[in-house]
Ligand binder design. Sequence first.
Ligand SMILES: Nc1ncnc2c1ncn2[C@@H]1O[C@H](COP(=O)(O)OP(=O)(O)OP(=O)(O)O)[C@@H](O)[C@H]1O
Ligand SMILES: [Mg+2]
Length: 346
Amino acid sequence: MILLDNIHQTYRGPKGPVHALRGVNLQIRAGEVFGVIGRSGAGKSSLVRTINLLNRPSQGTVTVAGRSLTTLNTAGLREARRDIGMVFQHFNLLTSRTVYDNVALPLELAGLSRQQIKTRVNPLLELVGLGALADRYPAQISGGQKQRVGIARALASQPKVLLSDEATSALDPETTRAILALLQQINRELGLTIVLITHQMQVIKQVAHRLAVMEAGQIVEQGEALQVFSHPQNETTRSLLDDVVPRELPANVLERVRALLGVPGQPPASLLRLVFAGVESDRPLLSDLVRRFGLDLNIVHGQIDEVQGHPFGTLAVLARGAQDQLNAAIGHLRGAGVQVQEVAHA
Ligand SMILES: Nc1ncnc2c1ncn2[C@@H]1O[C@H](COP(=O)(O)OP(=O)(O)OP(=O)(O)O)[C@@H](O)[C@H]1O
Ligand SMILES: [Mg+2]
């Protein structure tokens, strides 16, 4: 659906050229939610803006829905851009227009009749949950509602691709989840291809099927979300993942648990850090530890949610029992695909 071939972007900065993109190759498939993540300045916005040629790349070619955008003239490009909707971090709504009129704007510009506009806009307002707020002005609605307007407006010209540049960055976590759920619904129901730019792994985790990680104008890692989450290859990816699965147990937890280890007269105990990533979701692994290996378990820290329908996260457990049973239990977990680290033992 989207093909970026050897994209370079060089800006003229006050202190000389800035190489914002340095040879980016990317293939985004029709119907997928593709995430692009990276730290500030990595080149994410530069990348997404080349997809609709808001930024013309210094070098390389952009193909969207079979059309090579980089070779089109102005009129051809205007036409091609109807296939590509975009939502922005700061919504970019016109304050003097109502919700309805903001969504209608691209259709007015395209020369549709009032009636045609109405039959297009009303269902879109319903889709994004703003049917009742059509006559409000941007100043009279919340940030999340503004972004819903932005999404409806982006969908007005019935695009094949939706580009989202930090669309949830100005929103609180709960509103972020709701907006991401809406994007997911649009992806599923309308079959729209979505490119999601973000600096938050949480956002990628909730919705992306595949992702690319950017660093200093290049893609340093890409792949299926679950694969990248469970086996990150690049240091940038690992450090971004730290936001969703911390690599280390917090020091205060470690200290508290150390006090529980090595209680005189008790069987040996291990503090295990379990990483669930790409594990079959329906196996009762923790109860196995209790029933099959006779261990006493105490969950001391952790969080599990999911990536692409698979459990994902970490648990720290204090497991107490006979040494050979502890060892066998660790083998059992590893055999089921759980990564196990023995953090402390006594
Ligand atoms: N118009 C411009 N002129 C000069 N330099 C620019 C311009 N736009 C971006 N840059 C520079 O290009 C690099 C990449 O910027 P870009 O906005 O693509 O990063 P980003 O990953 O979107 O960052 P953020 O997460 O902060 O939005 C940065 O070093 C930035 O300063
Ligand atoms: Mg940006």
